[in-house]
Design a protein around this ligand. Structure first.
Ligand code: F0G
Length: 459
């Protein structure tokens, strides 16, 4: 008999989580003004708000923390991390930061000026935020298939190379500081970008003399998909694929809270010395001296170890199979989601589930609240609340898709938890026709409103 798949780790420490009653959850979500971000985490049974900083560190990462060197300058931990980043990514130079958006802040402070244009494959919110904050523009060049949740394309995170070339042709090269390649494409559903597509981007970048930035939060998951799905890569080790991916980039920004499996941390890495030197000043004013920039020595040690573990095939297979397993369960129950299953999350197609809720009443948010009340599971809305208002007209923007993202933390939950999540969603799905009412806004901030918004039941 063929042996079934099993995780390449065992559990050494556990954290208690508690179930609650529906009556309790109804009161708690009301108290939280129907905003899932406002819930105390103790009131959540399974937390799928994000896979960022929520992973379980290994015994080796914890022991590496004990060996952290907390010297202000030139710490051993800095050099250990520097060597590991070079070994894993090939980038010889780096600057530590406290998380991914801080790396964006440091790099973009030296790179972007007003009116610049940065094409990319669906920039992540904070990346877009940092671009727009500098009065520059993020232009989305993702393939159209990414916005059709039923399409089974293996590399749905890809660039539409024609769209990209149009942007590169339209603006002078002085106005395009770089192309932003996000691996995997979070906004499109944790969908990977193929090596062939990246080579295409690199060829255009070379033709027009433009640099490439890789937003690399989930680079190892992207490499795993390349190995499993792209011709010519099946026999290549993950780290070789990772090195090839980064060989096309001039710099990278990293949220270490994802694929490097730490609770906090980030960095920017550079191929060219002049770019690294230009960013040093911003690291010093925003983050800290260039050999710690926002991280303690012990955190740099845990990150170095995490980068090695996060690029092991067996670990990635367990990680991505667990997300795929949730997808298979939803298939069994006929629940629609962004297909195929992504690397870090399942994005439930809320518009297809709650067909009775009008879009002005926030469909994906309504589904998120229903799932919480049903079973104490917390997801996150990727829909009209997140899309915010048009800066000029102040009207709500309604995106093409209303998605409920269920992000799976790394090495945290078992497949029993996944069964529980799928069953809870099925219960909501079975009574979907009775859900006709959504929510209206009672209070909001002028930007990034979804984090703190207050809602009330509609009508
Ligand atoms: N880039 C991508 C692709 C991301 O997904 C994130 C964060 C960042 C950059 C910013 O990194 O949070 O360390 O500052 N994504 C999290 C999420 C928050 O839930 O998807 P950060």
């Amino acid at each position: 008999m063929e042996l079934p798949f099993a995780e390449p780790y065992k559990i050494k420490m556990v954290e208690t989580i508690r179930k609650s009653s529906r009556t309790e959850r109804e009161a708690w979500i009301k108290e939280a003004d129907y905003n899932l971000f406002n819930l105390k985490s103790e009131r959540v049974f399974i937390d799928l708000l994000t896979d960022s900083g929520t992973g379980a560190m290994s015994d080796r990462q914890w022991s590496a923390m004990m060996e952290g060197d907390e010297s202000y300058a030139g710490a051993r931990s800095y050099y250990r991390l520097k060597e590991t980043i070079e070994e894993v990514t090939g980038f010889p130079l780096f600057l530590p930061t406290h998380q991914g958006r801080a790396a964006e802040n440091v790099l973009f402070s030296s790179l972007i000026k007003a009116n610049d244009v940065l094409p990319g494959n669906a920039h992540f919110d904070t990346t877009k935020g940092h671009i727009e904050f500098r009065k520059a523009h993020a232009v989305d060049c993702t393939i159209a298939e990414a916005y059709d949740t039923t399409c089974e394309s293996p590399f749905k995170g890809n660039f539409d190379l024609n769209k990209l070339e149009e942007v590169l042709k339209k603006y002078p090269k002085e106005q395009i500081p770089c192309i932003v390649v996000t691996i995997t494409n979070n906004t499109a559903g944790g969908q990977p970008v193929s090596m062939e597509n990246i080579k295409g981007v690199a060829a255009l970048a070379q033709k027009y003399g433009i640099k490439i930035l890789m937003d690399s939060a989930r680079f190892a998951e992207n490499a795993y998909f390349i190995k499993m799905r792209e011709k010519g890569y099946a026999e290549k080790p993950i780290r070789e694929i990772v090195r090839e991916l980064f060989s096309y980039a001039d710099f990278m920004t990293m949220s270490s809270k994802k694929d490097a499996i730490v609770n906090m941390g980030g960095f920017a890495a550079f191929r060219h010395r002049e770019d690294w030197e230009k960013c040093q000043m911003y690291t010093i004013i925003y983050e800290g001296f260039i050999t710690y920039g926002g991280m303690s020595g012990r955190d740099m040690n845990a990150l170095a170890q995490g980068l090695m573990e996060g690029t092991e095939f067996d670990y990635l297979e367990a990680r991505i199979s667990q997300v795929a397993y949730l997808g298979q369960k939803l298939d069994e129950y006929g629940i629609p989601y962004q297909r195929p299953a992504g690397g870090h999350a399942i994005f439930v197609d809320a518009k297809k589930v709650l067909t009775q809720v009008p879009q002005e009443e926030f469909i994906a948010q309504t589904l998120g609240i229903e799932l919480y009340v049903e079973a104490g599971i917390r997801g996150v809305e990727i829909g009209a609340l997140l899309a915010d208002r048009d800066p000029v007209t102040r009207e709500n923007r309604y995106p093409a898709l209303e998605l409920l993202r269920l992000a799976i933390p790394r090495r945290v939950y078992t497949n029993n938890h996944i069964d529980y999540i799928a069953a809870a969603l099925k219960n909501v799905y079975d009574r979907r026709q009775t859900i006709t009412r959504g929510y209206v806004i009672s209070k909001e901030l002028p930007i990034m409103r979804h984090f703190t918004i207050q809602l009330a039941p509609a009508r």
